[in-house]
Design a protein around this ligand. Structure first.
Ligand code: ZN
Length: 380
């Protein structure tokens, strides 16, 4: 590829309180909060699938004065659009734009795992460039053929997205290597490959992406290993990749996919209430057997330069645990709002907990709660 990739247009102005994801993430990498610079922190990217989830993620960010990054997968967009991802983009675009107007913190919107290989995927990515503030061009896998793409094909497809998005001020996240596991029905893989550092140089140079998801051993989904396992990440490889990228352009940001950890209190809460509902041992064991990434390793990644941390599973679990608890307490309360309030409150807590863990606190204004004494409690 001879011609230079277009740089990200940083002059683009988005609707009130909406920002390009790269801008907020670069602040995290540089430790920028208000007018001061401190320790590096990270931004959890929450995969939202409902309007309730959008509201909860924004409320959590406002509670802490942190930045908000909402990620939408293809299947989530189909859900928003009654089966049509393009329509889903239109709905969330209008909804988030309005929510942002009332928000005390900036919000970025991001397409998760946009596929620019398949014809349908291309249309979704194109529409996302028009409606969101950031997109992921995940071309490391040919999902139709169920195999990894060749480097050249990944580069070509990703570069096309950068050519389209960067001049409009929309950041692009590329993926190099294939992540194993099941993210949702549209993103799953039975195989995985680590990122090759040599390929990384070529990929970054030729595509011009400023956000990169390398494969370093994280996995999608709620079962990241056998019960009792500690998921081992390849930190050495992660650091090697970071050093390469930093030397090329310090504005390049790294993204950890499959970084969901588990909240043991949520699992306990769910198991207790499932017992209360007289559920079978089998169902309870499913909860007990979930395995996440352990947070200590994620903390290490953040320190070294991973600033976008994708999480989903623990928030879904929190929602479900809260719903199980509500049903165990009273399954005869005929009021949709009651169950919505219970699950909403739980989601907000789940999001707050992860923001605190990532250090995404006091970026835009002081937190509205006593962060040190925050207690994530589904009984509260
Ligand atoms: Zn992912």
């Amino acid at each position: 590829m001879s011609k230079q990739a277009p740089v990200l247009n940083k002059e683009r102005r988005f609707p009130t309180n909406m920002k390009c994801a790269h801008e907020l993430l670069l602040m995290a990498k540089n430790g920028t909060k208000g007018n001061s610079k401190g320790d590096r922190y990270a931004m959890p990217a929450y995969n939202v699938t409902t309007y309730q989830g959008i509201d909860a993620a924004i409320e959590a960010a406002e509670t802490l004065g942190g930045s908000c990054l909402l990620a939408f997968s293809n299947s989530a967009l189909k859900h928003f659009g009654k089966g049509d991802a393009i329509r889903g983009l239109e709905f969330v675009h209008e909804y988030v734009k309005l929510a942002a107007r009332y928000s005390s913190v900036p919000i970025a919107t991001h397409l998760d795992h946009g596929d620019y290989i398949g014809a349908d995927g291309r249309k979704v990515v194109q529409k996302a460039v028009e409606t969101l503030t950031s997109v992921m061009a995940d071309n490391s896998t040919d999902h139709a053929a169920k195999k990894p793409t060749e480097l050249a094909q990944n580069i070509e497809a990703t570069r096309e997205v950068v050519d389209m998005a960067h001049p409009l001020g929309i950041s692009v996240e590329g993926e190099l290597g294939v992540l194993a596991g099941v993210e949702d029905e549209d993103t799953q893989s039975e195989f995985s490959t680590y990122t090759d550092p040599e390929e990384l140089k070529t990929f970054l140079k030729d595509t011009g992406v400023l956000m990169l998801a390398p494969t370093i051993g994280t996995m999608h989904g709620p079962n990241k290993g056998k019960p009792g396992d500690v998921v081992k990440l390849n930190i050495e490889l992660a650091n090697e990749c970071l050093a390469i990228a930093d030397a090329m352009n310090p504005d390049i940001l790294f993204v950890a996919h499959g970084a969901s950890t588990l909240y043991p209190n949520v699992v306990d809460f769910a198991c207790e209430n499932l017992s209360g509902l007289g559920k079978l041992e089998e169902e309870i064991n499913t909860w007990k057997n979930f395995v996440g990434t352990d947070w200590d390793q994620i903390t290490g990644l953040i320190k070294n330069g991973f600033v976008k941390i994708n999480t989903d599973t623990e928030n879904r679990q929190t929602y479900l645990a809260a719903l199980i608890g509500a049903l165990n307490n009273s399954a005869s309360k005929i009021d949709i709002r009651h169950y919505e309030k219970v699950t909403y409150k739980a989601l907000v807590q789940s999001y707050i907990q992860k923001y605190i863990m990532a250090g995404n606190v006091g970026v835009w204004h002081g937190p509205k709660i006593d962060v040190k004494n925050f207690k994530f409690d589904l009984n509260a």
